[in-house]
Design a binder for this molecule. Sequence first.
Ligand SMILES: Cc1cc2nc3c(=O)[nH]c(=O)nc-3n(C[C@H](O)[C@H](O)[C@H](O)COP(=O)(O)OP(=O)(O)OC[C@H]3O[C@@H](n4cnc5c(N)ncnc54)[C@H](O)[C@@H]3O)c2cc1C
Length: 416
Amino acid sequence: MKKKYSFFSVLKNSLSYHENWKKMWRSPEPRKSYDIIIVGGGGHGLGTAYYLAKEHGLKNIAVIEKGWLGGGNTGRNTTIIRSNYLWDESAHLYEHSLKLWENLSTELNYNIMFSQRGVMNLAHNEHDKKEIKRRVSANKLNGIDSYWVDKNQIKKLVPIMNTDNLRYPVLGASFQPRGGVARHDAVAWSFAMRADEMGVDIIQNCEVKNIKTSKGKVEGVETSKGFIRSNRVGVAASGHTSILAETAGIRLPLQSKPLQALVSEPIKPVINTVVMSNAVHAYVSQSDKGELVIGAGTDGYNSFTQRGGYNIIEDTIRAIIELYPVFGKMKMLRQWGGIVDICPDASPIISKCDVKGLYFNCGWGTGGFKATPGSAHLFAYTIAKDEPHVINAPFNLNRFISGRLVDEHGAAAVAH
Ligand SMILES: Cc1cc2nc3c(=O)[nH]c(=O)nc-3n(C[C@H](O)[C@H](O)[C@H](O)COP(=O)(O)OP(=O)(O)OC[C@H]3O[C@@H](n4cnc5c(N)ncnc54)[C@H](O)[C@@H]3O)c2cc1C
């Protein structure tokens, strides 16, 4: 039965001190075989299982997660959502996702706290101005809400910003009002809950060690809980995808690097939109609890430590304090890192590969949270039909052979 969250269910459960809520999902032992196995219990993997069950009527599915749900980048990101990408292919992909975000709380009957407070991308020099204005025009042609705001308009939207008295003065920005943030854990939990209700087995604390193939076809996965047979395996393991792919003899064009974020002590509301800057490499929003959520850049080298280098954080904080001197005396509470998987063209891969029945959803780099519902929706389609949806067709693996890259470095330098 579908778990309903409503005013009355909250009231009813308050009478028993909220101790009698049903578990959101089961914790079954893995079966010997499944029709489809999804590796990775982040938002993309769980969402894929949800859409496979809901839209394609497939039920014999397992999501296999080596840790806990959402413990990868889904639970580590700064949750910025936008669709103002330059190229048509990316604009269609991220806009597809943004449209799904707009109805996701209702669809999943779970408050994912999607807050469309707008996203601003700052320009600090003539090059930035030209690049951002070009992007705004491209967005408009794709029907995406994006416009150029000058310094005075920025001052009205974010009065605490120092626009003039700094090394890289603020000259203007792009603004996407429909962009914003959402609650990352809630996204993973609600997809998991609704997938579980439709019979999907969600198996945590189970690491996939190897993808087993024979005669060019996938046969299943070797896990820490034994071998599980399946002739369709979808991998959505973010920073660890290339390692898994290698076990199936596939070499993916991915670099895995730590990306960091940090949050401050909570303060009263001071900034009610998301502000990003590629040039000084820093971005900030304020959580509903009042913490500043600050994102930094990636380390300059590959690594699998979920920490990141101190120099990166230092540069980011320096830029934040220059842009917002009022934050100068604030205390930072927590800092962490996640391992992001980056493609040479800074665009993702949602694709089949040379091994029949093996599919990859990866390469989201520093900006895949915003894509969660869209990516999951398209990955489910690709696995169910064994062919790409028209929206994810350009994001195939073959582009690294044909040269038809979707170069989003301009939009993705601080993609979050
Ligand atoms: C600090 C930081 C800030 C970011 N900010 C933003 C932002 O503001 N906006 C935005 O759009 N994106 C942002 N991102 C990127 C975004 O978080 C990711 O692109 C997105 O969450 C990827 O989701 P996913 O489900 O593919 O991966 P994940 O959530 O990482 O899920 C993959 C799962 O696979 C599991 N796994 C790995 N190997 C195995 C294995 N062998 N067996 C079983 N399970 C395995 C992992 O444990 C993990 O839970 C940020 C990332 C970081 C690190």
